[in-house]
Design a protein around this ligand. Structure first.
Ligand code: HEM
Length: 398
């Protein structure tokens, strides 16, 4: 059976899930000869390619546009291969360990409670824009020492840059995307400049990066800008999408919502992780084959483009029972929400803490809710996918 799949087609950009299901049925990687690419849609294929010794070349970028459209590739640890990537990634590892996140738990919960309180009195709010996206941007800004108002402003640029796609648009090349990217880059350049002049003002991750040495060399301005830019962006969209998705899917499944209403602290994590599996926010990241190898019965050649479609792998019927059903009660099996191998998500511990904590705090605050379904919106994009507008209505607490 042939499936007419083009990652840039309007159908795939809007909702690729049916296409993914049909490609999975073929039981092997799906060849895209016009792009010299393979779509890896099965759990085992994404898992094996990601973990296979020396299979993946990270240096050609992580985004579809970098591989297929020649968009620029920033020099960060995300575009380095082992062993070069390790010291670059290690600068940040201490900030994202389980212990580090536990130490930040009180501050993060206080931030959520502070932003949530005025929303509770309103009787309705948008989980993505009014709360979850704000929390993650403010937190990413906090890590870099940015004022809160600036972090909140930057989130609008990130939305413009990553999430805004005109129908038929390929990649992040529109004037709107570019303008936002330049402004965000310009902001980070000014921040680096100011830290260079006043190094004593550097805090947390910014301080660690400013003071880090790799092979006896401090990081260049350019490297710092790339780090700051990436840290602002990677932390800001995925976790809020998954958190907003929790409220969408619970709204659509009242029996499961009742479980979370009855026990927010006990059920929030299961609801968050099931939403990540069922509606993976990182639709796909893209790599190159570093060598010839066989995958799922197909011969992959060195330099072939590999579309790692996590959103499909996480719904693979061969891996998950009733994979196409949303069920927060399911017996959990390891999934590919945060990927695997050398590129494993740096922020997984943060996401796994903050996402469920936001769900718990919201549900504890509102008791129960009704989904305003006709106002929900999904992002239209190739790399990220999910809800970026989920308004809910509830009875304001007395
Ligand atoms: C639900 C939320 C999130 C999801 C679903 C997600 C998913 C992913 C996935 C699938 C990858 C690629 C893994 C691979 O190559 O095998 C990744 C990488 C990454 N994620 Fe996340 N992520 C989330 C939250 C975050 C947060 C909060 C941060 C904050 C710092 C973050 C930072 C990163 C970074 C820096 C990488 C690149 C790691 C590397 O190349 O070494 N992510 N993420």
């Amino acid at each position: 059976m042939t499936v007419d799949y083009d990652p840039y087609s309007d159908a795939a950009m809007r909702d690729p899930r049916e296409l993914y299901r049909r490609m999975r049925e073929a039981g092997c990687p799906h060849h895209l000869p016009e792009y010299g690419a393979w779509a890896l849609v099965r759990y085992d294929d994404v898992d094996q390619a990601s973990r296979g010794e020396g299979c993946i070349d990270f240096s050609k970028g992580a985004l579809l546009g970098q591989h297929l459209l020649g968009e620029p590739i920033p020099h960060t640890f995300m575009t380095m291969n082992e062993p070069e990537r390790r010291p670059w990634r290690n600068i940040l590892m201490p900030f994202y360990s389980r212990t580090a996140i536990r130490q930040e738990a009180g501050r993060l919960r206080a931030l959520v409670q502070e932003l949530l309180e005025p929303l509770l009195a309103q009787g309705s709010f948008d989980v993505y824009r009014d709360l979850a996206n704000r929390v993650m941007c403010i937190n990413a800004g906090h890590n870099l020492g940015l004022p809160r108002a600036d972090a909140e402003y930057l989130r609008s640029l990130i939305d413009e840059m990553i999430m805004h796609r005109e129908p038929g648009q390929k990649g992040g090349s529109s004037e709107r995307n570019q303008k936002a990217a330049q402004e965000l880059g310009g902001y980070m350049a000014a921040h680096v400049n100011s830290l260079r002049k006043n190094p004593d003002t550097a805090v947390r991750q910014a301080k660690a990066l400013l003071e880090a040495e790799i092979d006896g060399q401090r990081l260049s301005d350019h490297d710092l800008i790339n780090y700051f830019f990436s840290l602002m962006v990677t932390g800001s969209e995925t976790t809020p999408m998954a958190t907003a998705g929790v409220f969408y899917y619970l709204g659509k499944h009242p029996d499961q919502k009742a479980l979370v209403v009855a026990d927010p602290a006990g059920m929030a994590k299961a609801a968050f992780l099931e939403t990540c599996r069922f509606d993976q926010p990182t639709n796909m990241l893209v790599r190159r084959a570093a060598k010839d190898f066989e995958l799922g019965g197909k011969q992959i050649r060195e330099n072939d483009v590999l579309l790692m479609i996590y959103a499909s792998a996480n719904r693979d019927e061969a891996r998950f029972e009733r994979a196409e059903e949303f069920d927060i009660r399911r017996q959990r099996r390891a999934d590919l929400t945060f990927g695997t191998g050398p590129g494993y998500c740096l922020g997984a511990n943060l996401a796994e803490f903050v996402g469920p904590m936001m769900v718990e705090e919201i549900m504890t605050g509102i008791g129960d809710f009704e989904l305003i379904e006709d106002q929900c919106e999904r992002a239209y994009g190739e790399n990220l996918a999910g809800f970026n507008r989920v308004p809910i209505r509830f009875k304001p607490p007395a």
